[in-house]
Design a protein around this ligand. Structure first.
Ligand SMILES: Nc1ncnc2c1ncn2[C@@H]1O[C@H](COP(=O)(O)OP(=O)(O)OP(=O)(O)O)[C@@H](O)[C@H]1O
Length: 556
């Protein structure tokens, strides 16, 4: 509750104070109506009481409406801000950090924590109104009879303690069930993405279900039930305490105290009136506690995600002018660190100078570091040591966004957007149709207003669509990570012998990660990697002819 209030007051303290003032007026109206009813029951009707009743009756809905609406607007505003801030944080966080956090944790936060916080925020207006009614009722009881009030308050404190102490325990279970959600999300990802592998093996399917999915689902369920068990028990205790208090007021206190019988009846009436708002307050506690846990997680993630320096967008994306000709890596390194493991993969130090208007192949065995080098080259990873230079000028951290705008890249785990986002050419559809023809997709995919008619295609066709987006972006450097691996021999040939030379002829730098050694001849340079180091950097024709020699001597 404290966390949630701090969260919404952080959004607008002024609106929160206004909402609370309206809430207090609403509570005061409730208490006044209660007092007027009580007075009428005791003393009979009077003209003054009627007019006062009408006046308060008019003020009540107005104050309640204002308080609830202000809190709703405030809660939704805070939630909107939180979603936007989180999405921006994720968009702005360094790639490596996002890889380390992992998709399941990010997804749990977006799909589980945010809805839990939303649900709790929706309850806050009702909670405040009911809370204020309870406080007003208590004050009224104090005014009616301080002696009785002290006794009733003593019992209430006992009731609240009996409620609160177990509820604190319940938080522990909510935290555990939240931990299980992360594991559950990892399982769900495997469930949706590993369908083929799971379908093909019954034993794998059963092991996956029982060890991974079922185990975390069970863990989640059990901790959630335990938390709710405590909450429901505590709420039942709270209700029993309320009736115990009413019972004491009606049966025992008249014998022990000198307070008159009418007063006891009035007290019992007020307590009965407060029963529903008190129960509503108790019933919202589980949702608020869960939201507290969710908010802890979201805030921890927000704090742990660093912003790339500087804040995105402070530098114009075109800050690096079009006339550059040389890209240089000087002593660049990157290390993948794994906790508790000594054999971290180390890339570099790499020294390379790449020229515009060249086709450069990155070759090497699996795990030799080609994709890592590509990520360093395009600026997705910042070099841990060393620097990147354009025409001899160091690319500063403030220019990294602009530097990345030199590249269009298709990685092997590319994502295809259905809309051609971020492209604003007036003839976008026309250009896209031309490229669809070049990529032999014109019969499969149509484009209208920058939206593709479908992306449900074969893997090779999806890669061609990714190429379409790359062409439309038309950046100075094209990077392809094993792009041709899924193409049929005919289109593979078109890619290597027609499309890549065309890009080169347009003055583009073309970097191609490839295992297709039969096409090494078209490359200006082949840079071969081995265990994160450059094994050799030679002209393509030279590597190609030595490969041909080896093949023919093998045949011979
Ligand atoms: N996200 C990651 N976290 C930790 N280690 C990683 C990560 N990605 C790659 N590595 C490690 O870095 C090494 C190089 O990986 P990289 O993907 O750069 O190789 P590659 O040459 O592109 O391989 P392939 O030809 O199989 O695609 C691998 O041995 C792997 O262990």
């Amino acid at each position: 509750m404290k966390k949630l209030l701090a969260f919404i007051s952080g959004y607008s303290r002024r609106s929160l104070i206004q909402a609370l003032v309206a809430g207090i007026v609403c509570g005061a109206c409730n208490t006044s109506l209660l007092a007027l009813i009580n007075r009428t029951v005791k003393e009979g009707t009077g003209a003054n009481t009627l007019w006062m009743y009408i006046g308060v009756w008019l003020l009540l809905p107005l104050s309640r409406f204002s308080s609830e609406m202000l809190l709703t607007t405030l809660g939704q505003g805070a939630l909107y801000e939180l979603r936007a801030r989180l999405s921006r944080k994720i968009l702005g966080a360094p790639m490596r950090q996002l890889e380390e956090v992992g998709a399941p944790r990010l997804l749990t936060m977006l799909t589980e924590d945010l809805p839990v916080i939303t649900a709790a925020l929706l309850q806050i207006p009702m909670l405040c109104v009911n809370g204020v009614i309870v406080v007003g009722g208590l004050l009224y009881m104090g005014w009616m009879s301080p002696t009785l009030f002290v006794m009733v308050l003593g019992l209430m404190v006992l009731g609240v303690l009996g409620y609160q102490l177990p509820v604190l325990r319940a938080m522990r279970h909510f935290r555990k069930s939240r931990e299980a959600s992360d594991a559950l999300m990892t399982g769900f990802r495997a469930l949706t993405q590993g369908t083929k592998e799971l379908k093909l093996s019954r034993r794998r399917r059963e092991a996956f279900f029982s060890r991974s999915l079922d185990a975390s689902a069970r863990d989640y369920k059990e901790n959630h039930i335990r938390a709710m068990f405590v909450h429901v028990g505590a709420a039942s205790w709270g209700q029993a305490m309320l009736f115990a208090i009413i019972g004491m007021v009606l049966f025992l206190l008249p014998r022990w105290t000198a307070v008159d019988a009418q007063m006891h009846i009035g007290y019992a009436l007020v307590l009965l009136y407060l029963m529903t708002p008190m129960q509503m307050v108790m019933n919202t506690m589980p949702a608020l506690n869960r939201a507290g846990v969710a908010l802890e997680k979201v805030e921890a993630m927000g704090v742990s995600l660093a912003e790339e320096l500087p804040a995105q967008g402070t530098e114009s994306p075109d800050a690096i002018g079009p006339g550059w000709s040389q890209l240089q890596l000087a002593g660049v390194t990157h290390v993948y660190r794994r906790e508790g493991e000594d054999n971290n993969f180390t890339m570099g130090p790499i020294d390379l100078t790449l020229e515009r208007g060249q086709i450069i192949f990155l070759a090497g065995g699996n795990g030799s570091g080609k994709t890592t080098l590509a990520k360093l080259l395009v600026g997705l990873y910042a070099p841990e040591r060393g620097e990147i230079l354009i025409d001899g000028k160091r690319v500063l951290a403030t220019e990294r966004e602009a530097y990345r705008h030199l590249f269009t890249a298709i990685f092997s785990d590319f994502f295809l957007f259905e809309s051609l986002l971020g492209l604003d050419s007036p003839n976008l559809d026309e250009e896209a149709r031309n490229y669809l023809q070049l990529l032999q997709l014109q019969h499969k995919v149509q484009v209208a207003n920058g939206v593709l008619s479908t992306t449900d295609l074969s893997q090779g066709q999806r890669k061609r669509l990714a190429l379409l987006a790359a062409y439309l972006e038309d950046r100075p450097i094209f990077l392809f990570d094993e792009w041709a691996a899924d193409q049929d021999p005919v289109f593979k040939d078109i890619f290597y012998r027609q499309l890549l030379p065309e890009l080169k002829a347009k003055g583009k730098m073309v970097i191609v990660i490839s295992h297709d050694d039969q096409y090494y001849g078209i490359a200006d340079r082949i840079i071969k990697l081995n265990s994160g180091q450059v094994a050799y950097d030679r002209p393509g024709a030279q590597v190609s002819s030595s490969l041909t020699d080896v093949q023919s001597s093998n045949v011979g």
